[in-house]
Write a protein that binds this ligand. Structure first.
Ligand SMILES: [Zn+2]
Length: 219
């Protein structure tokens, strides 16, 4: 990215603008899981990552064919886990003059979680498909963000084409921001650094330079 010139007007420059769902113990919300295609296959983004206490979370480098150092090195977090994200639409409901429940406002927020929560979502989905139903999220432990997922009534955000369009517009950039918040996309030498493995030379840069010949060329 190019160098820019500006004064103090830049509100978009902040240390970490990424805001995700954070619930407190006993909080309960009704939400829709937003999807961006007809079949609901563009609903989640996920990556296998290595994560541990006091360690930067980074994306696993291994493939089906080859295990890389992130998985072969001996340390507490060498088994990768799925880190998954989606965008939730949350609602502010109120009653109209006839006492009927009405949608007053909606908001969209990314939700990032681990494999276990994904399993809770898929079992709620088996009961009532989440491509047509909202879910009820209940936080049972705020510190660890343990969240129970239950199926709920028909999706509010899909109840009108106009509302669906507005929700998708708001959710799209948030969905795209999830990828870089699942874990650091580190190079092998960066991973070695995170794991505290001695890096001999820098394997990303040109190695094996014969300094003698360089000096001769300069002279
Ligand atoms: Zn790995």
């Amino acid at each position: 990215m190019a160098v820019e010139s500006f004064g103090t007007e830049r509100e978009d420059i902040q240390s970490n603008r990424f805001q995700k769902l954070k619930m407190k113990t006993d909080d309960e919300i009704r939400a829709g899981i937003v999807f961006f295609d007809e079949e609901g296959k563009k609903m989640f983004l996920g990556a296998k990552v290595h994560t541990g206490k006091d360690m930067k979370t980074f994306i696993c480098k291994s493939t089906k064919e080859k295990k890389e150092i992130c998985c072969t090195h001996v340390y507490s977090a060498n088994a990768p886990r799925y880190h998954i994200g989606c965008v939730l639409v949350t609602y502010v409901l109120g009653k109209d003059s006839n006492g009927k429940l009405k949608l007053k406002e909606f908001d969209c927020i990314p939700w990032i979680f681990w494999e276990k929560t994904y399993q809770k979502i898929t079992s709620a989905d088996k009961e009532f498909p989440i491509i047509s139903h909202d879910v009820k999220l209940k936080c049972t432990n705020g510190e660890f963000q343990t969240i129970d997922v239950q199926s709920c009534n028909n999706s509010i955000w899909l109840s009108s084409e106009d509302l669906k369009k507005k929700v998708l517009e708001k959710a799209k950039p948030l969905y795209e921001s999830i990828s870089k918040n699942l874990g650091m996309d580190a190079s092998v030498s960066e991973i070695k650094e995170i794991l505290g493995i001695d890096v001999e030379g820098a394997d990303d840069a040109a190695t094996d330079v014969d300094l003698g010949s360089v000096i001769e060329t300069i002279a």
